[in-house]
Write a protein that binds this ligand. Structure first.
Ligand SMILES: Cc1ncc(COP(=O)(O)O)c(C=O)c1O
Length: 430
């Protein structure tokens, strides 16, 4: 089923930023993997909070505080329903995906890992799911093994199975990305979870790129924890969430100490608040959390009106194909990854290098910079760099790369424009 043109137009119209011009040219936003734009209803929600009921939560008993508290708690329920968590107690609001991973690493992992244990990550992880582990490794000394990425840009699950067979007792945590922000590969995280649970390991899923394109059902996946950022699902920056199964969460030590996470404090000790508040120390981004729930409600309704997640993902696949097919037979266009992908299309323009490229000469760097400046001057927003996935680029000896990434508002016209401008950019530079 295709998304009707009328439907697509009405989606884009809800995003005020996308209806402006840059240098007299319509804006073409193709950097949604970095952050998505916000629909008017999310912007209004933030405005309403500050103009109508700005107040601290769970503290005062006045009318504004009661309203803010009610909305904050309701937001946790909305996110819990969206993820199909068993209860709002399993949903902790964070500033972003990165904070969620750090929370998990510094509570669950710190409590449960020993020197001889193994943590399994993958070669396509975002730095957010590598660096916190490396930091903890310095303290504890466990081993980190990376599931290899095959030549077909898939995770090598045969390798994982054989690691599990060899090292059954040592594997304690498996933490993997659901959809790669570089390769656009969808990983079979349900299967990975099953394999990990077979040896009693705990599973964390990085859903930063999947939360706004696949249905996420934490009970069906059976993952133990899952993280995402609000700003990648049409919500505000500074909002995000970590889901953790209640059986695990209730045994975890607190992450940060301060107000909100305690019930009582004396000079000598303290007692913990209920879940999930005991993991939300200090005054949170109240407007951000409430607006995240608004974004999720908007996103769910929009996907439903489109005809469901299958329609959304098929539409993305068609846009990916439309982009790649227009470079067919062009030698200087080098796709990074498979043609079977969603969300992100990463590529190189052979002969050009971009800032940050390790082996670039000054001359080629200037060429790359020229093209990027030209593309940007045409109102086109795409990204270049390592996309916070340097080990993946290193493995394939590629990079930095350029990335075009899609959102629910991306239309065929956006794809055709960026293709035309990239071609023009190359032709005017060589
Ligand atoms: C797959 C993936 N994981 C984690 C992150 C980190 O997200 P944030 O910077 O919002 O914490 C990103 C951001 O691009 C991502 O794409």
């Amino acid at each position: 089923m295709r998304i009707s043109i009328r439907m697509k137009n009405s989606i884009k119209k809800q995003f005020p930023i996308l209806n402006q011009k840059i240098n007299g040219k319509p804006i073409t936003y193709l950097d949604s993997a970095a952050t998505t734009q916000k629909p008017q209803c999310v912007i209004d929600c933030i405005d309403e909070y500050y103009t109508q009921y700005n107040s601290n939560i769970h503290r005062s008993s006045h009318i504004l505080s009661s309203r803010a508290t009610e909305k904050w708690e309701e937001a946790h329920n909305i996110v819990a329903n969206f993820l199909n968590a068993k209860s709002h107690e399993e949903v902790i609001f964070t500033r972003n995906c990165t904070e969620g991973i750090n929370l998990f690493v510094n509570t669950y992992a710190k409590e449960n890992l020993g020197k001889e244990d193994i943590v399994v990550l993958s070669e396509m992880e975002h730095h957010s799911n590598i660096v916190p582990w490396l930091m903890l490794q310095k303290e504890i000394g466990f081993n980190i093994k990376y599931i290899p990425v095959t030549d077909n840009y898939q995770l090598d699950l045969k390798w994982l199975k054989s690691l599990i067979d060899r090292e059954r007792n040592k594997i304690k945590i498996v933490s993997v990305i659901h959809i790669s922000n570089v390769l656009g590969t969808i990983n079979d995280v349900k299967e990975i979870t099953k394999l990990a649970h077979g040896v009693g390991a705990t599973v964390l899923i990085d859903a930063a790129q999947s939360v706004a394109r696949l249905p996420i059902d934490v009970q069906d996946l059976d993952c133990d924890a899952l993280v995402f950022s609000g700003h990648k699902i049409y919500g505000p920056t500074g909002s995000g969430c970590i889901y953790i199964k209640k059986e695990i969460l209730k045994k975890l030590p607190p992450y940060m100490g301060g107000g909100e996470m305690i019930r009582e404090v004396s000079k000598e000790s303290f007692t913990l608040n209920n879940l999930p508040w005991r993991f939300e120390a200090g005054t949170p981004d109240i407007a951000g959390g409430i607006a995240l729930a608004r974004a999720i409600t908007w996103f769910s309704e929009t996907v439903k009106n489109m005809g469901g997640f299958d329609v959304l993902i098929n539409h993305e696949k068609e846009l990916v194909e439309r982009f790649i097919s227009q470079f067919e037979g062009i030698e200087w266009f080098k796709l990074f990854g498979s043609t079977e992908r969603v969300g992100a299309i990463t590529f190189n323009l052979e002969g050009f290098s971009f800032a940050g490229c390790k082996e670039s000469t000054e001359d080629s760097n200037i060429q790359g910079k020229d093209i990027l400046e030209f593309i940007s001057s045409q109102g086109i927003c795409i990204r270049d760099g390592f996309h916070c996935a340097q080990p993946l680029h290193d493995k394939f000896k590629i990079g930095p790369t350029m990335r075009v990434s899609l959102g629910i508002y991306t239309e065929q016209v956006d794809i055709d424009r960026v293709v035309q401008i990239i071609k023009q950019g190359v032709l005017r530079t060589i």
